[in-house]
Design a protein. Structure first.
Lengths: 304, 450, 305
């Protein structure tokens, strides 16, 4: 009983707080709309170029005006070629990428949720040390740690396996931080006390109650980790020597550079179409998730 | 890292792997078929090929897939796993990492001639004399054998070669009444003539390319890199040959007579097709790339001997090309040696040629079929006549640095600046030389800079 | 990253529960820390170890103490790369953040038609992988057959090549701005959304105009978000790698092997096999980044008074 009331109260408080900002009715401004449209064009122009270019054949791609359609419409032909080129390696890379995203981003979100929640709601020995260590290590450029990481992973027999990509992407310090700030308020201590009084264990409380309260924060972290793993380029580039485990980003770049060899086959049209196919799913994921996650981000930035 | 620590890490790795229940077979697959033998005769190799085994080959040349298929047909018990680990430098980086890590390298790897000394010197490659491959010398052209034979050791079998020639767009040359240049002075004149007639057209493109520059210096008789006792290196990028090249090329750079388009870019392929780039001085492997990358210019291009420094004195050099080596990490060297021989001294050479590779084996080069083949793309010209002659005219005595891969990677930082700022190439070459000396000395070589 | 700003908070009244020596928090933090130790702490420690040695192609490995650090601090290439990303930081970051701030205020102002469409569209580039972004812009930057070439032909003008020596940094700045304007915009927009409505009502009663509301309500509320955005951008600038590395094949003479500190470290180790020196550079860059980010954090929270 006590528990349910507390949960309800906490939800109520969030609703009242997140009432929208300048939402009083205002006149629309034409000037503002025009200026923002310029910014919009800037943002979308390259994507439009990508879309237009993937409808062109290899010769048309190089000879026609970039921002309009030209020649025969070969988008579907290009897509078919992209998917079948090199024994369908694009499809394989796509599958790899999905694997890395599901396991990597999913795992990163879970670890960040557990960790952030632990930091927000518990006082334990070594807590300050955890902060210090996380802070210190994050500032070192990841690219520069590549060699030591590679040598270590190779000792562990992890290079050239999916684990070499997945393990490092399980860590999202930003996610940890976000959940930490978010959990401070989203999970009221009274709720936890109530759960304890009901005799629930800490883990059970987390999975049955807290996790739900953390919802928007989790979606936010998930979105960022999805983007991070989907776009991961550098780590796979050095960890994997065999194209079998490549993600899309590395595979595309290999296609791009394969024109540079004896008997090489320039396939810029496939690189372009492949890029489009790489962008589309993540854009869809964005549009799908975006309505859930803003309040999560707000917590992070307000608290800083 | 202490071995104790290493073992602990390995154990953790095993726990992690099993715990997460995802197969790591891929990592382990290069370790199968361990025969242990480090050396062997022809009959040892033949015996090894009759046993179940798997070898991994890193190569980016498209023909290797087909060669592996033919090999597996002949030796059904051997599985050849061909992996494209990246083109050129991308692959060398991975190879270097695997060598540094002590595991993960393939059994056989494609390595270009310029990069070979670096891997041979770091003791990463098997001396093929262990398998008696030194006897194969007579099969190959002198210049390619010279590239794999370092200090008496044979570290790779040549696969293809790239004797240089002048590829030119005859349609453009005819349109502007330009004669095919036979010397570099004529070449400069042709460049001026063409660009004056049509400012959108250039005799060639060049934004600075280490491979091209070293090949040009090679042809001019320069010997800027000399290595003795494998650690005493002399660098002189201001010797006579180097200066000859720089002084001539300065006229093209300073006069804006070369198209500022980087080779292998999309713009480059485009420029080769529409006449913007009217000629290329490049290796004999180029016809295949023109056919696949520039199909729209079919019939326009022709091949002529590389322009020379002295009128009437034929000379050329090698540009690109490479061989295949066996890694010391290989656990199946006999089978690897068997594949290597099949690929580069046996049936494989024909498959490689069919895929557009220019051979390094004299028998193939001198066969009538090859010499008299008429190329449709080149308007029916018997281009191999020109290209094979170039292979014979390669100036002897050239060698690359034992750390050429790194040196080439900093070419843009040094010589490239002369291109970008249109300043004296000699200054760029001196800057390159200084950087090479600094790096070499830092790595424990004794580099003498002259 | 933003976690840097945590340090100010650790002393805050976080402990809600007063049990003594309660280790149960570790059950939650433990898994994160185990993986963290494996993929970040161990390589950092290994890097520090590596930075104390020198491994030569000829002559092998030897302990050299702090010699690598001495070499780095007097290495003109290293400082040139630091200077370049500092310039990038000082020019690109303010432009990007100003654009993002403007966009966030515009979308929040309720004076824009279809504001949610703008919000999503401007954010989209963030979803594009840096590799694809660099490939795309690389194609477009071409002066012959790219978009720049098209524009030159069409208007009969002569825009200088975006890939030339003098423009390359600006061109990379453009790519990075394109990628991250939307991201920062959302960061700011999210902060604007949680401003309590009664503040606006009070301002309305006071008869405050749009710009006064922005100045006295919105900007103060945005300060923490701006601090975060700035810290992120600082780290991003110092770690600049993907974009210049991919454009390098198109502009080999404009982008040197030591164009950014990160590229320098990468090329030292991967092309030059100077693993030890590379690790040294990485550590110095890390310390430098942390110091600057920390300084921003401090000054950002001071102004709040």
């Amino acid at each position: 009983m006590a528990l349910e009331q507390a949960v309800k109260a906490s939800r109520m408080s969030r609703y009242t707080r997140s009432r929208s900002g300048g939402a009083l009715q205002k006149r629309k401004s034409l000037v503002l709309t025009i200026v923002m449209t310029l910014l919009l064009v800037y943002s979308l122009l390259p994507l439009f170029w990508l879309l237009v270019s993937s409808t062109k054949t290899q010769p048309e791609l190089l000879s026609s005006f970039g921002l309009w359609f030209s020649g025969e419409f070969s988008l579907f032909d290009n897509i078919a070629q992209t998917l079948s080129y090199g024994d369908g390696e694009f499809v394989r890379w796509f599958g790899n990428t999905v694997l890395y995203v599901v396991v990597g981003a999913g795992g990163a979100t879970l670890l960040a949720a557990l960790g952030g929640y632990g930091l927000a709601k518990f006082n334990f020995p070594g807590k300050r040390a955890v902060f210090a260590v996380v802070l210190g290590a994050v500032a070192i450029p990841g690219t520069a740690l590549a060699v030591p990481t590679f040598l270590m992973f190779s000792q562990l027999g992890l290079t050239n396996t999916p684990w070499a990509i997945i393990l490092p992407s399980l860590i999202s310090p930003f996610g940890l931080y976000l959940i930490w700030t978010y959990a401070m308020d989203a999970v009221p201590t009274e709720v936890l006390e109530a759960a304890r009084m009901d005799g629930a264990g800490e883990m059970r409380t987390f999975f049955t109650i807290s996790l739900r309260l953390l919802g928007p924060g989790l979606v936010t972290v998930l979105l960022f980790t999805i983007v991070a793993t989907w776009n991961n380029y550098f780590l796979p580039l050095i960890m994997l020597s065999e194209p079998t485990w490549y993600p899309l980003t590395v595979g595309l770049n290999q296609w791009n550079s394969q024109a540079q060899t004896v008997g090489g086959d320039p396939i810029y049209n496939l690189v372009v179409t492949g890029s489009l196919l790489t962008v589309v799913p993540i854009v869809i994921a964005f549009l799908f998730l975006q309505r859930y996650w803003q309040s999560g981000l707000a917590a992070g930035s307000v608290k800083a | 890292m202490t071995t104790e620590h290493t073992r602990r890490l390995r154990r953790i790795g095993a726990v992690v792997a099993t715990g997460m229940a995802l197969s790591l077979t891929l990592a382990a697959c290069s370790a199968t078929g361990d025969t242990g033998a480090e050396t062997g005769t022809a009959s040892d190799i033949e015996a090894a090929l009759q046993e179940e085994s798997t070898i991994t080959v890193w190569a980016w040349a498209p023909a290797v897939e087909d060669i592996a298929a033919a090999f597996e047909e002949k030796y059904p018990k051997v599985t050849v796993d061909v992996v494209n680990a990246g083109t050129g430098n991308d692959q060398y980086i991975k190879l270097q990492n695997a060598i540094k890590a002590g595991s993960g390298a393939p059994d056989v790897a494609q390595i270009e001639y310029y990069a070979l000394p670096q891997f041979a010197l770091s003791d990463s490659l098997v001396d093929l004399n262990d398998f008696g491959f030194g006897d194969l010398e007579e099969k190959y052209t002198a210049s390619t054998w010279g590239s794999v034979n370092l200090d008496g050791g044979v570290y790779a079998l040549p696969q293809d070669s790239g004797p240089m020639a002048l590829f030119y767009n005859q349609a453009v040359f005819d349109q502007f009444g330009i004669a095919v240049p036979t010397t570099w002075d004529e070449y400069v004149t042709a460049a001026q003539q063409l660009h004056a007639a049509d400012p959108t057209k250039y005799i060639t493109n060049d934004t600075g390319d280490a491979g091209f520059t070293t090949s040009m210096i090679w042809q001019a008789g320069g010997q800027p890199f000399v290595t003795e006792n494998s650690t005493d290196v002399t660098v002189n990028l201001q010797d006579e040959g180097s200066k000859k090249f720089a002084d001539t090329w300065n006229q093209l750079i300073e006069g804006d007579l070369v198209a500022p388009i980087s080779s292998w870019s999309d713009e480059w392929y485009k420029g080769l097709g529409d006449g913007t780039i009217a000629s290329l001085t490049i290796g004999a492997w180029m016809p295949g790339n023109l056919e696949s990358g520039v199909p729209e210019a079919s019939g326009d291009w022709r091949v002529a001997p590389m322009p020379t420094w002295e009128p009437g004195v034929a000379a050329s050099s090698e540009n690109g090309g490479g061989g295949d080596a066996i890694l010391k990490q290989s656990k199946n060297k006999l089978a690897a040696a068997g594949f290597l021989e099949f690929m580069n001294a046996g049936e494989g050479t024909q498959i490689s040629m069919d895929a557009g590779g220019f051979p390094s084996t004299t028998a193939d080069l001198e066969s009538d079929d090859f010499l008299n083949a008429e190329s449709e793309y080149f308007g029916g010209q018997q281009i191999n006549q020109v290209l094979v002659q170039s292979a014979k005219d390669v100036v002897p005595g050239w060698s690359y640095l034992p750390f050429q891969v790194y040196s080439n990677s900093i070419f843009g930082d040094t010589v490239g600046q002369s291109y970008a700022n249109k300043t004296d190439l000699n200054e760029g070459l001196i800057a390159w030389q200084d950087a090479i000396a600094e790096y070499g000395n830092g790595q424990g070589f004794t580099v003498t800079s002259e | 990253m933003t976690t840097l700003s945590l340090s100010a908070k650790t002393g805050a009244p976080a402990p809600r529960r007063q049990r003594k020596r309660d280790w149960s928090g570790w059950k939650f933090v433990g898994p994160f820390m185990v993986v963290f130790a494996l993929v970040l702490i161990a390589p950092v420690i290994y890097s520090i170890y590596l930075s104390l040695f020198k491994d030569q192609l000829i002559g092998g490995n030897s302990f050299v103490g702090l010699a690598n650090y001495g070499q780095a601090l007097s290495d003109p290439k290293f400082w040139e790369s630091i200077g370049r990303v500092s310039l990038f930081l000082v020019v690109q970051v303010p432009i990007m953040l100003a654009l993002a701030l403007f966009a966030a205020l515009a979308i929040d102002s309720a004076r824009l038609h279809l504001s949610s469409f703008y919000r999503i569209a401007i954010f989209l580039p963030y979803a594009v992988p840096a590799v694809v972004a660099a490939l795309m812009w690389g194609f477009m930057y071409g002066t012959r057959f790219g978009l720049v070439g098209n524009v030159n032909d069409f208007f009969g003008i002569d825009i200088p090549s975006p890939l030339s020596n003098s423009w390359i940094l600006a061109s990379i700045g453009n790519i990075v701005t394109w990628e991250f304007v939307g991201y920062n915009m959302l960061l700011f927009y999210a902060a604007l959304r949680v401003i309590p409505a009664d503040l606006y009502e009070a301002a309305d009663l006071d008869g405050a105009g749009t710009f006064r509301v922005i100045r006295s309500i919105k900007l103060p509320a945005l300060r923490p978000a701006i601090v975060i955005g700035t810290i992120f951008s600082i780290i991003g600038s110092f770690q600049l790698f993907n974009e210049p590395n991919i454009l390098q094949s198109l502009a080999p003479n404009s982008i040197s092997t030591y164009f950014t500190p990160n590229m320098y470290a990468y090329n030292l180790s991967f092309a030059g096999q100077q693993y030890n020196y590379s690790a040294t550079i990485a550590i110095i860059v890390g310390l430098l980044t942390a110091a600057i980010a920390y300084a921003v954090q401090i000054s950002g929270s001071r102004k709040e008074v």
